[in-house]
Write a protein that binds this ligand. Sequence first.
Ligand code: DGY
Length: 424
Amino acid sequence: MTLETEKIYDHALEVLKENDRGSYTVPTKGLYPFQWNWDSCLTALGQFHYDEARAWTEIETLFANQWADGMVPHIVFHVYSDGYFPGPDVWDTKRPIATSGITQPPVAGFAIKRLYDRAADKAAAATRARALLPRIDAWHRWFYEMRDPGGEGLVAILHPWESGRDNSIDWDEAFERVPTDGVEPYVRRDTQHADPAHRPTKEQYDRYLYLVQLFRSLGWDNSKLHDASPFKVVDPGFNAILIRSMNDLADLAEELGELEIARVNRERAAKGLAALDSLWSDNHGQYLCRDRITGELIESASIGGILPAFAAVPKARAQEIARTIERWSTQVKYIIPSHDPADARFEPKRYWRAPAWLVMNYMIQDGLRAVGEVAVADHIVKSSLELITRSGFAEYYDPTTGEPCGGGRFTWTAAMVIEFLEAA
Ligand code: DGY
């Protein structure tokens, strides 16, 4: 490492440690004061490099709050804080430790496989992995039971927050169908911590809240939510993460002698992968979302359709995705923007409507490297580190200028930087 990269590495460690609450890590002070599901799983990858045992604890704490039906919630409200809205009282899920009532992209299977593969103490890692295997498998099963009742092999998200890409252009049209009448009065807290111009709009928040209230009125009974929801979208990125996690979990289960867990995960992943191809668009050179209510593909070329490079999609598809990233990269300074820069709806500073995110970069370069698209993968890593050098550990970045946006001193951004530097 050069002196400069050493400094960046040390700074990343500092960010991880300052957001560490002992058994879980907050995404960033102020804006997100609790434990978030996929943040934690990706954060564990960074923690591993300075404390292997602590990395496992991060994921175990999340799974200690898994619901009886198998769902792993998107937020665990460990310690009270009035700095975030909607807090536990709004969700009202009646859990022993308060949680939200929706889920998030299932990266846990991928994360524990990576922790296990790299473990110095294999016996300790095997014990911890063995305890998590059935829990992660139950979460995977939950997706197909509750979010794919028609058995098509692809799961739907019922709330934009589940995708992790809250205000993506992908949801705009389908979201119009969500009414805003009857939403209880509320005060947003996010816009007190971050520039409102970088955050979702008031109209989007009204709709986010409408869905929360609807699901709450159904007692958070997951067997009812899918059919009742006016918002049901099949997101290729979300499904790709699930497919990758199922394949990784299957490999790990095989290694640890849990053959039944391996078999069912392998089977679901194969079905998912075959079904994913129905979302491919030759026109855009990437996958698209499908609105499960209309049955139509959504004309929105976002990073959600680039992310399948992370799963074992056919090599020709991954190569085409690499060409799409190259095309996008001619229109922005830093990659990967979270939306096609040629789209008139591209908003360079607004959250998931264009900004670049290091977690996306990490997963996509990982998949592209595996199929031999090394030059594009290296370009993604180079761009990621340039963003850090220019703008610090922000939540996300304007891809046209590199300006930092959203929250500052962000945990998963720091974790991804450590991963990039460790691999260099
Ligand atoms: C937020 O509050 O912005 C989160 O992304 C929802 O989980």
